[in-house]
Design a protein around this ligand. Structure first.
Ligand SMILES: C[S@@+](CC[C@H](N)C(=O)[O-])C[C@H]1O[C@@H](n2cnc3c(N)ncnc32)[C@H](O)[C@@H]1O
Length: 197
């Protein structure tokens, strides 16, 4: 993979309004990956493969990544191949809630960057799959700043905002987790597993 591959992939996604991880968040992801040095990574929300390709390019890990949108999934497969990283990636087309139930494996690093509506439930689902000392990296915890906003929340966002606040309370009060919140881009939570339940 040449040095500009990820730059070109970000541009490709932006031109097509396909969401990929923002730059500061991607820098933080890279730092966390270098620190943990995972052998096995799970990702929820492949998109066109930006964060997955980044993850494989800075580690020698294997990646399992789940994407619900078939068209985007096919683009991701093409991009992993083009990057020369397809042999370390297992891309799964499907809904993460259903797919995760069928995965019988453990991981050192988990990226939650898929659906934002039920983050507490999603975290509860993947936490048992995380090895001791491993990390869950959660993007968009502020849901376009609405989670931080005081006062009126438009009706269409009320449930998702309430659920994200529930998630933040849950991780803050869980003594199996060491949590760091990063006020960058749309907010990131980095959760380390410090106790086996
Ligand atoms: C923010 S994007 C992921 C960006 C990606 N991690 C990156 O930086 O390259 C979120 C992705 O999650 C996918 N998604 C949404 N709901 C999902 C679900 N229930 N199961 C699996 N994927 C889902 C969307 O189709 C979208 O491609």
């Amino acid at each position: 993979m040449d040095g500009d591959f990820l730059k070109r992939l970000r541009q490709y996604a932006q031109e097509r309004h396909i969401p990929v991880m923002r730059e500061k968040t991607a820098d933080l992801l890279k730092k966390c990956l270098l620190k943990v040095n995972p052998k096995k990574i799970l990702e929820v929300g492949t998109s066109v493969g930006f964060s997955g390709i980044l993850s494989l390019s800075v580690t020698d890990a294997r990646l399992v990544s789940i994407e619900i949108n078939e068209d985007i999934f096919l683009q991701a497969a093409r991009n992993f191949k083009e990057a020369g990283l397809y042999d370390r990636a297992r891309l799964i087309l499907g809904d993460c809630y259903q797919t995760l139930m069928m995965i019988d494996a453990s991981f050192d690093f988990i990226i939650l960057d898929g659906p934002k509506g039920h983050m507490k439930e999603l975290t509860e689902l993947v936490f048992p799959m995380l090895n001791y000392g491993g990390v869950i990296f959660v993007d968009n915890i502020y849901f376009h700043d609405k989670v931080k906003a005081q006062g009126f929340i438009p009706h269409k966002h009320r449930t998702i905002v309430a659920n994200m606040r529930k998630f933040l309370d849950y991780i803050a009060s869980n003594d199996s987790m060491k949590v760091e919140i990063y006020n960058i881009d749309d907010g990131v939570a980095v959760i380390e597993k410090i106790k086996n339940e």
